[in-house]
Ligand binder design. Structure first.
Ligand code: PNS
Length: 166
């Protein structure tokens, strides 16, 4: 059984994430999308961990071999607990590589885990959750960058935030 974990913050999940998850689902028998829950960073998040997990469960429902879970602490602990030895990461550009390489080497120094990089599809090479949030905050059209359900939740959450600031 070839199993892999696709970790991330997913605040929110974008079409770029789905590109990587769907391609990982073709390469592995089982893929666990692992949503990082970092309590120290929770105030900076637009969506709670439960909301991010629920969004991913919805958008991954079409992939029968993909499941979603939250994790706190080290990704390597999550991998160990689940007996997973492969981490899948998407690479958008060379600029991602330095940090991803460092993380991959740190993770493999901690436990028996290999990181596999999947180059993102070119149409998503500029895509980041942080940019989606910024563009949407100022009224830009992000409808081609996130799934429709995520767009609805994003629009609603940004409207709530804007109302709170009035
Ligand atoms: O989507 P992101 O923000 O790039 O995801 C980063 C994430 C959650 C994959 C990464 O921060 C992570 O693995 N966090 C868990 C803590 C951990 O294991 N840190 C050591 C990595 S060297």
């Amino acid at each position: 059984m070839r199993r892999a974990v696709c970790p991330g913050s997913f605040d929110p999940v974008t079409n770029g994430h789905i590109d990587i998850i769907s391609r990982a689902s073709l390469l592995f028998d089982e893929v666990v999308v692992a949503v990082g829950i970092n309590k120290a960073k929770s105030s900076g998040r637009l969506f709670t961990a439960q909301e991010r997990i629920a969004m991913l469960e919805k958008v991954c429902a079409d992939f029968p071999n993909v499941s979603v879970a939250g994790f706190e602490g080290l990704l390597t602990t999550f991998c160990e607990e689940r007996g997973i030895h492969t981490i899948v990461k998407g690479l958008r550009a060379v600029s991602d590589f330095d940090y991803e390489l460092q993380m991959a080497q740190m993770n493999s120094s901690l436990v028996d885990v290999e990181t596999v990089f999947i180059p993102c599809s070119p149409e998503y090479s500029f895509l980041a959750s942080s940019m989606v949030k910024e563009v949407a905050t100022y009224g830009g059209d992000v409808s081609r960058l996130v799934p429709p359900d995520v767009l609805t939740l994003l629009t609603a959450r940004l409207a709530e935030r804007a109302a709170e600031q009035d």
